[in-house]
Design a protein around this ligand. Structure first.
Ligand SMILES: [Fe+2]
Ligand SMILES: [Fe+2]
Length: 397
């Protein structure tokens, strides 16, 4: 009897096959389940973008390779429902607008924290207004807003982290199918999630290395302190209270302060946990450099069991992409490019803007290239500092 397991290459995969294993490392294939039935749509498109990578199929559980050579062109055309993407020429305008809103929002966050520190009522109107602005840019161009909040200076961390979590919550909520007022509530919840940190001294907040048991206990009080502050604000709303109190809970019940798990943990608290961790680990702090988004997503995927809600995390990964906006990449053609937006196909093939040739660094016309429709592909992530490049300036252009 012949084995039902057969090795083919990724471009030969069709809907209806049962995949047992994909060869290569995690970053090359963003599939978490060990084995699965291939359905038409996005998964199939992403899978086939792996090109000549080996894929083991189980022919006892799904379709076998059709007799005769299967070429990519012989395979069915896959219809996907693309996210509306902005006109490419507008990207620079949206990026500049997003930068201005980030600065305004940072100012509002600073005032809110100042008010909380002094025990004053919070300017909830200002919070709602700036969340509206963030929401508008995200409706037009989520990639622009998410890329500007990623770049933060370590001194402004607390305020910009609040703005970043607000933007991530709105963009994630939108991907989960929410609209209108719900998105604004997610945004306010993100902006205020760490307001309880006003109870922690800067020396403890910025301390490199391990916290003493007493310091750790103080840090772990910030969700409750935040809830106390927000419970005095009638305009804060239930979502903001929930996220402030429960953004450090984990799905397996090992988080704090209430060790919640299962149904006790609301969807918005699960969203908050993911957005908070992602922004914290991709940010540079006084005591650590930030991780690249791709590295952060990879580590979070390792931790997801028990820490994050699996379904929401998968939606989050689709939102951020494997190569988020602003990532500097080297192409197989030995050209340097910056990622502009996620394309409508594979997460491995975003839309990029060309910068220069390597290693000569001959300047290229800033042409926009959709890697999904190109023979070229990303072979490495590059460090902007190494090439002395100002990524925001490249995106603003
Ligand atoms: Fe927190
Ligand atoms: Fe946080």
């Amino acid at each position: 009897m012949t084995s039902p397991l057969k090795k083919i290459v990724a471009t030969q995969v069709v809907a209806g096959m049962y995949v047992r294993k994909i060869e290569g490392n995690w970053l090359d294939h963003p599939f978490w389940r060990g084995s699965f039935l291939v359905e038409p749509g996005e998964t199939l498109v992403t899978l086939r973008a792996l090109g000549q990578q080996g894929v083991w199929i189980d022919t006892s559980k799904g379709l076998d390779l059709a007799s005769g050579p299967v070429t990519p062109s012989a395979a069915p055309v896959i219809e996907t429902t693309p996210e509306p993407s902005p006109e490419r020429s507008d990207f620079g305008d949206d990026y500049a607008a997003a930068e201005a809103i980030r600065e305004r929002a940072k100012g509002v966050a600073k005032s809110l924290f100042g008010e909380a520190r002094m025990g004053k009522a919070l300017s909830m109107d200002a919070a709602a207004e700036v969340v509206d602005e963030i929401n508008e840019v995200i409706a037009r161009n989520p990639a622009a807003m998410l890329s500007v909040v990623r770049l933060k200076n370590k001194d402004d961390y607390t305020y910009l982290h609040s703005v970043a979590v607000a933007a991530l919550m709105i963009a994630l909520g939108k991907r989960l199918g929410y609209e209108g007022e719900a998105l604004k509530e997610f945004g306010v919840a993100g902006l205020l999630h760490d307001i309880g940190k006003v109870g922690i001294s800067d020396a403890v907040l910025n301390k490199p290395g391990r916290l003493s048991p007493l310091e750790l206990a103080t840090v772990r009080q910030h969700p409750q302190v935040g809830w106390d502050i927000l419970s005095r604000e009638s305009a804060a709303g239930p979502m903001a209270l929930d996220v402030a109190l429960h953004h450090h809970e984990k799905t397996d019940g090992t988080g704090y302060p209430h060790r919640l798990s299962g149904d006790a943990l609301s969807e918005v608290a699960r969203m908050g946990a993911i957005c908070d961790v992602y922004d914290a680990i991709t940010s540079e702090r006084c005591y650590k450099p930030g991780w690249e988004p791709a590295e952060a997503i990879r580590r979070m995927a390792e931790w997801q069991e028990g820490h994050f809600d699996r379904r929401i995390f998968h939606v989050f990964v689709k939102l951020i992409g494997i190569y988020p906006t602003g990532t500097l990449v080297r192409l197989a053609s030995q050209r340097l490019a910056v990622v502009l937006v996620q394309g409508n196909g594979s997460a491995l093939n975003p839309i990029v803007r060309l910068i220069c040739t390597l290693p000569e660094r001959a300047r290229l016309e800033p042409e926009t290239l959709d890697l999904e429709d190109s023979d070229d592909r990303i072979v490495a992530i590059e460090d902007p500092a190494h090439w002395d490049l100002d990524v925001p300036a490249l995106l603003r252009a």
